[in-house]
Design a protein around this ligand. Structure first.
Ligand SMILES: Cc1cc2nc3c(=O)[nH]c(=O)nc-3n(C[C@H](O)[C@H](O)[C@H](O)COP(=O)(O)OP(=O)(O)OC[C@H]3O[C@@H](n4cnc5c(N)ncnc54)[C@H](O)[C@@H]3O)c2cc1C
Length: 382
């Protein structure tokens, strides 16, 4: 019997890992194809460093063309439709029939959900981060607001990390006393997924750094000039720079595929990451995996990557036999406080009773681990 076709949609953390591991484990007559609209991709974890001039875009990127060297058939194309009945993907480059499909299309940002948010700033992708970098470099005094629009959003520590990096940069430039930073979040405390103790630690660190935290307040609207914001707790505030974390939604093609059954994110078997349709998996930001406390597993590249390994192993176990793997939810996210120190939220997020997560205090060692993580990503080890 000829080998089967594995098609991977999306070349981010999850899709790349799934494709590379599947290629390594599957017999040579299996075809592994990865589709993504962008050949060069950027690691979002570097954006808080990029906005303060501590990282250059090229050093935060990789080219998907390189996975062809590992036997994966990479096609640069816009994916248009997934036909789950005919088991085929329609893309601008043609039709891609599949036996196994890995949906790793990530989350998209809905900039219109917070009216006028485009008039403000963000650092949730390269374009917004570069624009913010330029605005920050000219800010000598005034107020910066970092404001989260809704949950879930990618990388729970990122808004806190962004605020800390901007505080550190203003200190380096000798304008710390003249720059006020406020952080608004819809959650009752920073990074609640890390547990009460860790959350209190981060809240205390923000206060110590002179960043004012406004919990239980999501940004709901910006003024036309992007310099005034309204929040869900009824307050409003003005600032020189308003930096939003946008509303996240499942990638459009994934939503239109019907695989999610009209829900906001694709439900999967938490162990195998297979959807309700046999042979179709969903990994990374596009899916929802509930933890024991009923909260969703955070959206983070490390989980997307591990999930990619798990689905590749699952497909290989079906192809050539062997034990089926289990996704355990072990992972971590960094939180840099400066260009020298980073903390880490890590643990077993899918532990049976409740997530077992701890916060490692910021240190030089932590920063080096963050740098290694990003280097591993650039070298396709993640
Ligand atoms: C500021 C910030 C900091 C972060 N820090 C960390 C961190 O320290 N550690 C960590 O683990 N995670 C971090 N993350 C989160 C991490 O970036 C995401 O969780 C991760 O990228 C999700 O991987 P994914 O494979 O699910 O999706 P993605 O990486 O988003 O990949 C999806 C891919 O699908 C492609 N695609 C989508 N639709 C189409 C289409 N129609 N046609 C063709 N291609 C399409 C896109 O081009 C994209 O390449 C951070 C995120 C942000 C924003």
């Amino acid at each position: 019997m000829p080998g089967k076709k594995v098609v991977v949609l999306g070349g981010g953390f999850g899709g790349v890992r799934a494709a590379i591991t599947a290629r390594r484990l599957l017999p040579p007559d299996y075809e592994v194809t990865l589709l993504d609209r962008r050949r060069r991709t950027y690691i979002c974890g570097s954006m808080p460093l990029l906005i303060v001039g501590e990282k250059e875009a090229l050093k935060a990127s990789r080219s998907l063309g390189q996975i062809s060297n590992r036997g994966v058939n990479y096609v640069e194309t816009e994916i248009e439709r997934v036909d789950t009945q005919r088991r085929s993907v329609k893309a601008r480059a043609g039709e891609f029939p599949f036996d196994y499909l890995v949906v790793a299309l990530g989350a998209e940002y809905d900039w219109d959900a917070v009216p006028n948010s485009r008039a403000g700033h963000s650092f949730y992708d390269l374009a917004t981060a570069q624009k913010l970098r330029s605005a920050l470099s000219g800010l000598k005094r005034g107020r910066i607001i970092v404001a989260v629009a809704s949950t879930p959003y990618k990388c729970p520590p990122a808004p806190f990390e962004g605020a800390m990096m901007m505080r550190w940069a203003s200190k380096n430039r000798g304008v710390e006393a003249a720059v006020q930073i406020d952080l608004y979040t819809p959650e009752p405390a920073p990074i609640p997924v890390a547990g009460a103790e860790a959350s209190a630690c981060v809240a205390a660190d923000l206060t110590r750094s002179g960043i004012t935290l406004h919990p239980n307040a999501a940004v709901k609207e910006l003024s036309r000039d992007g310099r005034s914001a309204a929040f869900t707790d009824g307050t409003t505030a003005e600032a020189d720079l308003i930096v939003t974390v946008p509303v996240h939604r499942m990638a459009r093609v994934a939503a239109e595929s019907g695989i999610a059954g009209g829900k906001p994110w694709i439900s999967v078997n938490p162990q195998s990451l297979e959807t309700s349709i046999p042979g179709i998996y969903a990994i990374g930001d596009v899916n929802v995996v509930p933890m024991a406390n009923s909260r969703p597993l955070p959206k983070a590249g490390i989980f997307a990557s591990t999930e990619g390994d798990v689905v590749a192993q699952d497909i290989a176990a079906r192809a050539v036999g062997g034990p089926r793997p289990t996704f355990t939810g072990e992972g971590y996210c960094f939180i840099a406080y400066s260009g020298k120190e980073a903390g880490r939220v890590s643990g077993l997020f899918l532990a049976p009773d409740k997530p077992k997560v701890e916060f490692e205090q910021p240190s030089l060692k932590g920063f080096r681990a963050k740098e290694r993580f990003e280097q591993d990503w650039r070298r396709f080890r993640l």
